[in-house]
Design a protein around this ligand. Structure first.
Ligand code: AMP
Ligand code: DBH
Length: 551
């Protein structure tokens, strides 16, 4: 159809000697999503797998639904290896759809519910997706409107399925009526790409991350073990489950892998979540630090019984030791810090670690085969205990992004290490402490925002001469975004600029929290100053100003 659709089949390849080593060690077992779901459904068909809204699906029901959807997608004309945009909130259909896609050998591309047309178009182009699966509405947004716009902009997205009232589109519910009983449990190999996850986008727009069945299932198996998950575990998906953290560390997939139960919360706020914790006897959940603060705040006043909670995982952004200390006394559960990335490497504090480690570190890697380098600015290993740039490779860290040679050249070394962009130090016990980021992105409550991407949106405004976006420490969000603007042709009002960014069709979390107008960027006097140095300079000025006002 369109040239975009000839976009290459996603691949993820490790050099042969590494792949052999990972197989020999038993990390990669040629397991696939379709096969293990069938195994679980055969071993314990009646056990409840997924709870959300008014639905409760047993393992047998989930398996049947996956087959029905798989058959329906294929009958509609999709073919093995085709990419499908999945744009769903925390509802059982999310899990039904991805399991259905896995079974058919179709490749989900995960978008966040907060993403809007600009991001979705970018994913549709980057992946060559032939289909879009969205919700009707969620949190006041109509995804059918987005689907219409997407069809107009990206005609190679031939199919749209909608969960709920589908209007002119095909309804997901009718697909569930397809007879999929004859389909095999899997058509994939362990080394096939199972899905495309998205990066937080530290420079420019998000990149697509191809993950294989072998590598991802290894992290599920080990994450479930490290987090003590089993048949009695009840995981609450409070964060959007399209995020890699609640998806896989161990998240909803790790929980299902371990034969446990997944409860989906439509929203992450403590009022909604606490009611579900009590009703479903939730044992474990994953949160970002600002959300943990809300939970800690409400818990002492809450009427609900939270006594079933055993583990609270916190990750996505740095957790302060002060807050970490309050978890056990207030929530009565063990804190587990999680430092991970959709590209691979995940670190956990272990449940039986001493409090010192649980409170002060972001954990240690999942695998003995995770290779960690901590390098200075010149690329030399730092002295033990010193901070430096974290690079990593291993049995579940990618070697390349999808179809993106320039990002690959920047993000990977010649010998295959991924440059995480994080600055860390390692404790004598081998645990990592995250010190910050080397790059120019904002970690706003765990959502990563690229400064460059937002600057580009601002620069499209007729009254913006130049723009620089920086992160500012924020008591509640961890970091918030501040846009420095040099106006032209009169000064736009901050609300207009925010409206402008929203109007560009991007996720709301990317709208700058703060806007500061300046006449010029002082340091541009140095002529060839880099954007990076400029942002650092502006940020320092702002912090100095805040300090002066604070004192
Ligand atoms: P992404 O590439 O979007 O998957 O985001 C991963 C990034 O989130 C990491 O490289 C870190 O910068 C940040 N991150 C994740 N977990 C933590 C944590 N526990 N503490 C500090 N930063 C974190
Ligand atoms: O922030 C992340 O991307 C993240 C955090 C914790 C992640 O991908 C993960 C665990 O797997």
């Amino acid at each position: 159809m369109s040239t975009i659709n000839s976009n290459p089949l996603p691949q993820q390849v490790w050099p042969a000697e590494f792949a052999e080593r990972y197989r020999a060690a038993g990390y990669w077992r040629n397991e696939t999503f379709g096969a293990w779901l069938r195994e679980r459904a055969t071993a314990h068909p009646d056990r409840i797998a997924v709870v959300g809204g008014d639905q409760r699906w047993s393992y047998a029901e989930l398996d049947r639904r996956a087959s029905a959807l798989a058959a329906g997608f294929l009958q509609a004309g999709l073919q093995r290896g085709d990419r499908v945009l999945v744009h769903l909130p925390n509802i059982p259909d999310f899990i039904g759809v991805v399991m259905g896609l896995f079974r058919a050998g179709l490749i989900p591309v995960y978008a966040l519910p907060a993403h809007r047309i600009t991001e979705i178009e970018h994913f549709a182009k980057g992946s060559g997706a032939r289909a879009y699966v969205g919700a009707a509405t969620h949190a006041g947004f109509d995804y059918r409107t987005l689907a219409r716009e997407l069809r107009g902009r990206c005609p190679w997205v031939e199919h749209v399925w909608i969960s709920g009232e589908a209007e002119e589109f095909a309804a997901l519910d009718t697909l569930y009526a397809t007879d999929g009983a004859a389909l095999p449990a899997t058509v994939s190999q362990g080394s096939d790409v199972a899905f495309l996850q998205i990066s937080g986008g530290s420079t420019g727009l998000s990149k697509l991350i191809p993950r294989t069945h072998d590598d991802y299932i290894y992290t599920l198996r080990e994450s479930a073990r490290i987090c003590g998950l089993g048949p009695d575990s009840v995981f609450l998906g409070a964060l959007p489950i399209a995020h890699n953290f609640p998806m896989s560390s161990p998240g909803f997939l790790g929980t299902l892998y371990a034969g446990g139960r997944v409860v989906l919360s439509p929203a992450p706020d403590p009022e909604t979540a606490f009611a579900l914790i009590e009703r479903e006897s939730v044992t474990v959940t994953s949160l970002v630090p600002p959300l943990l603060l809300q939970w800690l705040d409400l818990a002492p006043k809450a009427r609900q019984d939270l006594g079933s909670l055993r583990t609270i995982q916190v990750g996505g952004a740095k957790l302060s030791a002060e807050v970490a200390r309050r978890v056990r006394p207030v929530l009565g559960a063990t804190l587990q810090q999680v430092f991970g990335m959709a590209e691979g490497l995940v670190n956990y504090t272990r449940l039986d670690d001493p409090d010192e480690i649980i409170i002060h570190t972001q954990g240690r890697p999942i695998s003995p085969a995770d290779e960690i380098l901590i390098l200075d600015d010149e690329g030399r290993p730092v002295e033990p205990g010193q901070a430096g740039h974290l690079l990593t490779r291993g049995p579940y860290t990618i070697r390349a992004y999808h179809d993106n040679p320039s990002a690959n050249a920047r993000s990977f070394t010649e010998d295959g290490y991924y440059r995480t962009g994080d600055v860390v130090r390692m404790t004598p016990e081998g645990y990592l402490e995250v010190q910050g980021r080397a790059g120019d992105h904002i970690n706003r409550a765990g959502e990563k925002i690229s400064a460059e991407e937002i600057e580009d949106h601002l620069l499209s405004h007729p009254q913006v001469f130049d723009a620089a976006v920086v992160s500012v420490p924020d008591e509640y969000l961890g970091e918030r975004s501040c846009a420095f603007i040099i106006p032209k042709d009169g000064k736009p009002r901050p609300v207009e600029l925010k409206q402008w960014i929203r109007g560009r069709g991007v996720a709301d979390f990317k709208v700058p929290d703060q806007i500061v107008f300046v006449e010029r960027f002082a340091s541009t006097a140095a002529l060839k100053i880099s954007r990076k140095a400029l942002r650092a300079d502006l940020r320092a000025q702002l912090l100095a100003q805040q300090d002066a006002q604070g004192n």
